[in-house]
Design a protein around this ligand. Structure first.
Ligand SMILES: *Cc1c(COP(=O)(O)O)cnc(C)c1O
Length: 422
């Protein structure tokens, strides 16, 4: 496929068309690389916005998509079902933390979180309980729809929409042992009107790759439950091995009431999302009263082709040494990150599973000029690294090699000496 002549009518996401360079023209993808015009091979260290797990165009996933589309395209999912969704739902229940017995399909991370919030509120409404408040973490990110912006951090990203965003209770990001967070959660729950605690387990992604301990996650969940609130986990970024385990909550020994997954669910090849819920939440909606129906749908709910891709992903986790590959990547990241611990040019050098992050010292803020400068510096070296302001992180596909990571870390080292100085 060729590129038509300019000007382009495309309006790109998170892109200031008034100041940013024109987009790079991708012509293909392969393993850890985005192939671009002119024969460029750009190492995808952002996993194409955190979705690609095994690598681009994994042959097993591509084959599954081709086979599915020869059989079935979109089929209305109310009043109908199909083997791709049935088998996938069973596969997800089998791999998810215990107690999550019901699977609701949608098509993006934001939608999966919207569904989770609606399930939680519907649950208490149908039980006749007055629980409508949602507790979230400072710096949270759960998506870009009005509902998910409401439960996320307020910032320059959503300032224009602020008048429409609903109120939630925000508790501090858990540093160290999380004492302040737990105290704030305890206080928030004391009124007895909290429906749910919603958090990203172990890593707050868009909030700045902020990491916290599994013990604190477990303790937060315990407080919420002691007060009768549900525990909702947004595993959209953390799922599918990103934090070292299939789901991050496994590290906390935590089985939530609702779990949202998307991004790596299909290996990052095509869009799909699922919201998993406990039997109790399904049961509160189960009735001969039609008013208790869970009224949510997206046109492309449980798209068979996307479900086939996700099934192929699950099969890869079963049949290939994916867990071992993830463990090896964790170790490779740690080895290379180590030399930056104690380097005065960086602060907050950290890692959770396959995700490594470090902040360039002395230039904070997403809108600080340093972010675009860093991004340009890396792109000149054919490395896709998209800093969040001064926060540099590497979230590679699991097929990345040690040599490729060496190139990335050498570039980070070099960037620190030239970007943002004077
Ligand atoms: C990406 C992301 C979302 C939103 O997913 P979309 O598919 O972009 O709507 C929600 N929560 C977290 C933690 C994410 O990283």
């Amino acid at each position: 496929m060729d590129f038509p002549s300019d000007p382009s009518p495309v309006w790109h996401p998170f892109t200031q068309h008034g100041s940013e360079p024109p987009p790079i023209r991708a012509v293909g993808t392969e393993g850890a690389y985005i192939l671009a015009e002119g024969g460029r091979r750009i190492l995808d260290l952002a996993a194409s916005w955190w979705v690609v797990t095994h690598g681009h165009r994994h042959p097993a996933i591509v084959a599954a998509i081709k086979a599915a589309v020869d059989t079935m395209d979109q089929v209305i999912f109310a009043g109908f079902t199909h083997p791709y969704a049935e088998e996938l739902a069973r596969g997800l229940v089998r791999r998810a933390p215990p107690g999550l017995t019901r699977v609701f399909f949608s098509d993006s991370g934001s939608t999966a979180v919207e569904v989770a919030l609606k399930m939680a509120l519907g649950h208490f409404r149908h039980l006749g309980a007055r629980r409508t408040r949602i507790v979230v973490l400072e710096h949270a990110y759960h998506g870009d729809t009005i509902g998910t912006m409401s439960v996320g951090a307020r910032s320059v990203f959503n300032a224009p929409y602020e008048p429409l965003l609903f109120d939630v209770v925000r508790i501090p990001f858990p540093n160290g042992d999380g004492a302040a967070t737990l105290a704030a959660l305890e206080a928030a729950c004391a009124g007895g009107d909290v429906a749910a605690l919603l958090v990203e387990p172990l890593v707050l992604g868009a909030g700045g790759m902020l990491m916290y301990a599994p013990e604190v996650l477990a303790a937060m969940a315990a407080v919420a439950r002691r007060h009768g609130a549900l525990v909702l986990l947004d595993e959209i970024m953390t799922g599918w091995g990103r934090t070292g385990t299939l789901f991050a909550c496994e590290q906390a020994g935590l089985a939530p009431d609702i779990l949202c997954t998307s991004k790596g669910l299909t290996g990052g090849v095509v869009p799909l999302a699922a919201t998993l819920a406990t039997e109790a939440i399904f049961a509160s909606h189960y009735s001969d009263d039609r008013a208790r129906t869970f009224f949510h749908s997206s046109s492309f709910t449980a798209n068979p082709v996307a479900c086939a891709a996700a099934l192929a992903n699950l099969k890869l986790w079963d049949e290939e040494p994916v867990a071992a590959r993830v463990a090896a990547l964790c170790a490779m990241q740690e080895q290379r990150l180590a030399r930056f611990r104690g380097d005065p040019r960086f602060v907050n050098v950290r890692r959770c599973g396959t995700i490594a992050a470090l902040d360039l010292a002395g230039s904070a803020g997403y809108l600080a000029g340093v972010g675009p400068q860093l991004k340009a510096f890396f792109l000149e070296r054919d490395l896709l690294i998209r800093p969040l302001g001064n926060i540099i992180y590497l979230m590679p596909p699991y097929c990345v090699t040690g040599d490729e990571l060496d190139r990335a870390y050498a570039a980070i080292d070099a960037a620190a000496d030239v970007v943002g100085r004077g």
